[in-house]
Design a protein around this ligand. Structure first.
Ligand SMILES: C[S@@+](CC[C@H](N)C(=O)[O-])C[C@H]1O[C@@H](n2cnc3c(N)ncnc32)[C@H](O)[C@@H]1O
Length: 268
């Protein structure tokens, strides 16, 4: 069963992620230094390596799944001299200062972090980026119907909200299953954290899962009563997609100076 997920589902989901999400942004990956934060098996790294000519590709995760990729698919990332995988919190890893990042891609990973951990890691992400570098995040929100993959254990959507994660966690612990932590941040709390760190938002998209008119009406009413301090839009948000940029400060203009010098201003 696990093999089926590892060999069929994960690669297919990576392609869907690439085609449905990342291709929406005009990303110039040739010669770029790119980090996939929360890279899991490394399928996105593999896809980018096979599609573009990046200068350096780095995968980071707190679990070392990528070492199994060679056994399963025969893809030996060690044969590529521009691919590195790093194990641990982003905040703890070291990337040589002359290899500043053009892009950080982070899909379905930030929700697993506690607020302090998230802030620490995002500060590190900010400092690893070049001025003008981008962080692109896809985040599943607490209110989404199947957050934390509940349905692999229970055939009931929104159980984590109705029952509470602590109870589920205790129940599963007795069965020897560890239930991952998911933070409670809403879209506006994420935006506040991004702004505090210094990021500017270039694009965002909020995917709403619930509609007051559909069959989830009862659940929506429950949420409104239980979480009356949260706005409707926040409650109904399932996933958010954000393109952030590390702004170029005035004292860093020297970085783009060669471009300015070689630009023929007459044609503009
Ligand atoms: C749902 S998977 C997403 C994998 C992949 N990015 C994708 O979109 O298919 C979440 C990944 O985040 C990793 N993860 C969780 N907490 C993390 C952290 N603090 N730092 C880095 N990776 C983390 C997990 O080990 C897991 O591989």
């Amino acid at each position: 069963m696990l093999d089926y997920f590892e060999q069929e589902i994960f690669p297919r989901k990576t392609l869907e992620l690439w085609e449905n999400i990342y291709t929406k942004y005009c990303l110039e990956f040739d010669k770029a230094v790119i980090l996939d934060w929360g890279c899991h098996w490394g399928y996105l790294i593999k896809h980018i390596q096979e599609t573009f000519s990046p200068s350096l590709l780095i995968g980071n995760d707190i679990n070392e799944y990528w070492s199994k990729l060679q056994k399963k698919h025969g893809w030996d990332y060690k044969k590529s001299n521009n691919i590195r995988f790093t194990l641990g919190e982003l905040n703890d890893i070291e990337i040589p200062s002359h290899r500043k990042l053009d892009y950080i891609l982070c899909s379905y990973t930030l929700q697993y972090m506690h607020v302090e951990q998230l802030c620490m890691n995002l500060k590190q992400a900010y400092s690893l980026l070049k001025p003008g570098g981008m962080l692109i995040c896809c985040i599943q929100l607490y209110g989404s119907c199947n957050n934390n993959d509940n349905t692999q254990w229970f055939n009931l959507s929104y159980l984590h909200i109705i029952t509470g994660s602590r109870k589920i966690s205790k129940f599963l612990k007795n069965k020897g299953i560890s239930y991952p932590y998911i933070n409670y941040l809403t879209p506006s709390s994420y935006f506040a954290i991004f702004a505090q760190i210094g990021f500017e938002v270039l694009n965002y998209d909020l995917k709403m899962s619930l509609s007051k008119d559909n069959y989830e009406k009862d659940y929506y009413e429950y949420l409104q009563t239980e979480k009356s301090w949260t706005s409707d839009e926040e409650l109904m948000c399932n996933e958010m997609f954000v393109q952030l940029v590390k702004p170029i400060e005035a004292n860093e203009l020297e970085i783009i100076a060669p471009i300015i010098r070689t630009t023929n201003w007459d044609i503009l």
